[in-house]
Ligand binder design. Structure first.
Ligand code: PBG
Length: 331
């Protein structure tokens, strides 16, 4: 196993041409690795580009359905949906309203014959739905009330499941959220719906463009009291272990690129599937440089996604998914 012990071994022999390189290649990116995030807004006929995320759009339900047909055509099997409601309030009540934006989007996708087989994951959170932009219910002091939020999360996931979600992905980093969600799903006849938990989610500046896209920037303060502190690594193991104990099916690490060591740490310590979220800021940096002609976008994107998989991720949530699907088709 130790490199250097075998003087006759010359690595370059295995790099001579693409035939041999592809035989010894350890990591491959395929269409099956990708989950495409999409944003849905109220209205009709809307497809508006997100200024900080060139090439990504907010869709109204009708144009979303059309776009998902195209996404499916490209061979992508799963999307994650983010709802941006018109009506925002203290509780984020649109998120658990059976007639809410996400619920109607889910039903529309499940009712259309060309999109009904798409695997639909919903982001489960409150920041897009509350008028204060925090990820949960606020107490009188203006702090997120963890346990009240859990009750609202239960309502939200049951409502998503009833509307047709195939999997739920809680992203709010509340303590006990996976357990609460599992219990609510089981009690309401949805024991076969898996939970992809944003288990290891750091308080990161890389979410900046997303908060523009989803209108979810906190009106005051920040998320550092519930999201992880970027310098911490051992804590990631505790977060992941807790989520497993509470019933998570898939563990997510977010962001991906500056946290490859965390992905690799979880891979070594747990047998559970790992998802990595190649977040908005990571996407926008690449796009901005590509638009300026500073980098080779296709090569950079493949190198980035490869690094995430090599670190140990089984699946990647990425805004590059459609481009990658097209590039994979071209060969
Ligand atoms: C919370 C949520 C966020 C992202 C996904 N789910 C924002 C946040 O935590 O502030 C960020 C995704 C991205 O940056 O691409 N609902």
């Amino acid at each position: 196993m130790i490199v250097g012990k075998f003087p006759a071994y010359r690595p370059r022999r295995l790099r001579k041409n693409e035939n041999i390189r592809s035989l010894v290649r350890e990591t491959h990116i395929t269409i099956d690795d990708l989950i495409y995030p999409m944003f849905v807004v109220e209205g009709k006929g809307i497809k508006e580009e997100i200024p900080s995320m060139p090439g990504q759009y907010r869709y109204s339900i009708d144009t979303l359905v059309e776009k998902v047909e195209e996404v499916k055509e490209l061979g992508i099997k799963a999307i994650i949906l983010f709802g941006i409601p018109k009506h925002k309030d203290e509780l984020g009540s649109d998120s658990f309203n059976d007639e809410g934006i996400i619920q109607r989007a889910l039903r529309a996708l499940k009712e259309n014959k060309n999109t009904k087989d798409m695997y639909l994951i919903t982001d489960v959170c409150f920041c897009e739905y509350t008028n204060h932009g925090h990820c949960g219910y606020l107490n009188e002091k203006g702090e997120v009330d963890n346990d009240e939020t859990l009750k609202l999360l239960q309502k939200q996931v049951v409502s998503h499941a009833k509307a047709g979600a195939d999997m739920v992905a809680p992203s709010g980093m509340m303590d006990g959220m996976v357990k609460a969600i599992r219990e609510a799903l089981d009690k309401n006849g949805f024991s076969d719906i898996p939970i992809m938990s944003y288990s290891v989610k750091y308080a990161s500046a890389f979410y900046g463009p997303f908060r523009d896209a989803a209108e979810s920037a906190p009106a005051f303060g920040d998320r550092r009291s519930y999201q992880m502190d970027p310098p911490n690594k051992r804590e990631a193991l505790r977060e992941a272990a807790l989520d497993i104990e509470e019933g998570a099916d898939i563990l997510m690490v977010k962001p991906a690129l500056s946290y490859l060591d965390i992905i690799s740490l979880l891979r070594e310590n747990f047998s559970y599937p790992i998802a990595a979220y190649n977040v908005s800021g990571e996407y926008s940096m690449v796009k901005a440089a590509a638009l300026k002609g500073y980098i080779d976008e296709k090569k950079i994107v493949f190198e980035i996604l490869t690094s995430i998989k090599r670190a140990g991720a089984d699946m990647i949530l990425t805004y590059h998914a459609l481009d990658v699907a097209k590039w994979l088709k071209e060969g």
